[in-house]
Design a protein around this ligand. Structure first.
Ligand SMILES: NC(=O)c1ccc[n+]([C@@H]2O[C@H](COP(=O)([O-])OP(=O)(O)OC[C@H]3O[C@@H](n4cnc5c(N)ncnc54)[C@H](OP(=O)(O)O)[C@@H]3O)[C@@H](O)[C@H]2O)c1
Length: 265
């Protein structure tokens, strides 16, 4: 197989949790562009149906749109079974769903329930998915799991930058959960790689999402590449590499896609 051909995903099935919007949409788009059929999820059926139509039209792939709250174990079990039954295979799982959870961010004021929900949303849910989708992959003796972590799980945030630019406090539970995702990835790779399933993480840096300009400027200045991440562009290549046979000898890694941000920490 040529090197370029090793990036193709024709006849494969990729699952992207939270694949209907944000970085999950970009991830699903990259996988479909490489020929993969998709299982994408959202907590809202309408949202995921709309995204599925776009992927079908843009790439001519088959898409199964499903509703999933990955914090609900029974839902994860049911959705993993539906996904496995669809084409009889699951080749790629991207544990993308996660992100911020509301509530007062300051640790000393944050309601315990919000602390718990943050960990469930960013660590427990992805672990449930590794368990249930991973089971099918182990049965087939092949697969690639990619857990979306964050550079917040690799280094402490510079709180002065958030204070100065008006973004204020950030919940430490997010960093705790993402650090857990990175550790989970390494240990899970130790468990599943001998069974034929590679497990890697990607830790994105901050993506530009309409933050106040002062924050964008400060964050860009702290980044060797001088800018924040771009939706629709910056995550796609890394996903395709880790999902495909192009990374056949890569497992247990955490790839920072951050313009070098962590390098200067
Ligand atoms: N944006 C960044 O700068 C950045 C940086 C580092 C890491 N990340 C990570 O990258 C991933 C995607 O980030 P994003 O910025 O695209 O997030 P986002 O715009 O906030 O979207 C969150 C995504 O997670 C899904 N989701 C949230 N809670 C869920 C739950 N309980 N069950 C199932 N799905 C759930 C949402 O799906 P629905 O709302 O459709 O249900 C949505 O697809 C997250 O894991 C985030 O932590 C993002």
């Amino acid at each position: 197989m040529s090197t370029l051909a090793s990036f193709r995903l024709d006849s494969r099935v990729s699952v992207v949790t939270g694949g209907a919007r944000g970085l999950g949409y970009d991830i699903a788009d990259a996988l479909a562009e490489a020929g993969s059929d998709l299982v994408i999820t959202s907590r809202q059926q309408e949202t995921v149906d709309e995204a599925a139509d776009k992927f079908r039209q843009a790439h001519g792939v088959q898409v199964l749109p499903l509703t999933l709250d990955h914090c609900d174990f029974d839902q994860v079990v049911a959705v993993a079974q539906q996904a496995a039954d669809w084409q009889g295979r699951i080749d790629v799982l991207v544990n993308n769903a996660g992100g911020g959870v509301g509530g007062i961010p300051d640790l000393f004021e944050r309601p315990p329930e919000a602390i718990k929900t943050m960990i469930e949303t960013n660590l427990i849910g992805p672990m449930y998915c590794c368990r249930e989708f991973g089971r099918t992959m182990v049965g087939a003796g092949r697969g690639s799991i990619i857990n979306i972590a964050s550079i917040a799980g690799m280094c402490g945030r510079d709180r002065r930058m958030y204070d100065r630019t008006g973004l204020g406090q950030q919940p430490i539970g997010y960093a705790a959960a993402k650090g857990g995702v990175i550790s989970m990835t390494m240990d899970l790779a130790g468990y599943l790689t001998p069974k034929g399933v590679r497990v890697n993480a990607i830790s994105p840096g901050g993506f530009e999402r309409g933050q106040v300009q002062a924050f964008i400027d400060a964050y860009s200045d702290a980044t060797p590449m001088g800018r924040m991440g771009r939706d629709g562009v910056d995550l796609k290549g890394a996903i395709l590499f880790l999902a495909s046979d192009a990374s056949a000898y890569v497992t247990g890694q955490n790839l920072a896609v951050d313009g070098g941000f962590v390098m200067w920490k």
